[in-house]
Ligand binder design. Structure first.
Ligand SMILES: C[S@@+](CC[C@H](N)C(=O)[O-])C[C@H]1O[C@@H](n2cnc3c(N)ncnc32)[C@H](O)[C@@H]1O
Length: 323
């Protein structure tokens, strides 16, 4: 169904949608459809500035050790518990402020969505309603393209975010249409979720650079809620920061809240995952791992001759049919 170019026969038109995740961690290097990651390899180090990005970059032990030391340094001073508690309590407001400033102009180019998660596309001839939830949907950089791109009228996308501003901006989008999608405000760390669907009703849940914004101590609650609302057999699609990503190495001392969890200049937060973190979190909540990939990419600024080593983790977890 999905072609390597990222197009599918169910799509209304080859709309190229965009997203950009904090600190330009968007995986895209252009506007065209992108094949699955891992297709351009740097064989000769002298060629590094010939392209904007290289896939599956191997880190030697020296580079790994350097990254470990940088993180040891930048997390050697932890933020005070009072400050950490303050930004935890204000997390929603801080994201509201972020969207108040950036509106819908920050995130762009998410052309990997259908190539990496082809299971999202309903089978041809589908007659059943397909319910998808994006947790932490922001201003709709996934929700809107999903309903625009997938023509199947049975395909319905819910998007929740705890930033009221973000949800409002999404609702202003000319392509927002409540016969195909519904945005609502929900803090997913809250004990109960005010959701417009019952337990065991979602086919797919998307977590795109959202879990990293959540206090690691609360992630197990979130994973438990995802399990509750997914149908047996349903899938969680995850993509987020990996340990030692360039964004982690850039933090200065004093910004570390807890191990591998930091505060950015605007008060929003970022956690940097290992595959083991995720495995523990999701299998602990009852899921079965279906995919676990580390996307190590070298992005290059050819003009300034800069090399940026990015690490992202992509995973899929299934709620078993029989529990
Ligand atoms: C990095 S942004 C990603 C937004 C969107 N997934 C995208 O890729 O465009 C993280 C989003 O998670 C939301 N978020 C963070 N913590 C949340 C929480 N506890 N409950 C709901 N949304 C949350 C933020 O408001 C923000 O919109």
């Amino acid at each position: 169904m999905i072609l390597r170019s990222g197009r599918c026969r169910l799509f209304q038109k080859p709309r190229l949608f965009t997203c950009n995740i904090m600190d330009s961690e968007s995986s895209s290097t252009g506007d065209g459809p992108r094949p699955q990651f891992g297709n351009r390899h740097l064989k000769n180090p002298d060629d590094v500035f010939q392209h904007n990005a290289w896939d599956d970059v191997q880190w030697d032990p020296e580079q790994q050790e350097h990254a470990r030391k940088v993180v040891e340094q930048n997390s050697s001073e932890k933020m005070s518990p009072e400050d950490a508690a303050r930004i935890e309590n204000e997390a929603g407001k801080l994201w509201d402020k972020f969207y108040g400033v950036h509106q819908n102009g920050f995130f762009k180019n998410r052309q990997w969505l259908f190539t990496e998660f082809p299971e999202l596309v309903p089978k041809e001839g589908n007659i059943d309603r397909v319910n998808v939830l994006e947790v932490g949907c922001g201003v709709g950089n996934t929700v809107i393209p999903l309903v625009q791109t997938i023509a199947d009228q049975n395909f319905f996308v819910y998007g929740c975010d705890f930033s009221e501003t973000a949800v409002e901006i999404m609702k202003q989008d000319e392509n927002y249409n409540e016969s195909r999608c519904l945005g609502f405000v929900c803090d997913v760390t809250a004990p109960e979720w005010p959701v417009p669907f019952p337990p065991n009703s979602l086919d797919h849940i998307l977590l795109i650079f959202v879990l990293s914004a959540i206090n690691p101590e609360k992630m197990h609650h979130v994973a438990g809620q995802l399990f509750k609302y997914l149908k047996p057999g349903g899938l969680v699609f995850f993509r987020d920061y990996g340990r030692y990503d360039m964004a982690q190495l850039r933090f200065k001392k004093g910004k570390c809240i807890a191990d591998n969890f930091y505060m950015r200049g605007d008060g929003t937060r970022a956690y940097f995952f290992t595959q083991e973190d995720l495995r523990k979190l999701f299998t602990g909540a009852g899921f079965v791992e279906e995919q676990m990939l580390e996307d190590r990419r070298l992005q290059v600024n050819r003009g300034q001759k800069l090399k940026m080593y990015r690490v992202w983790i992509q995973a899929k977890f299934r709620k078993p049919v029989l529990q």
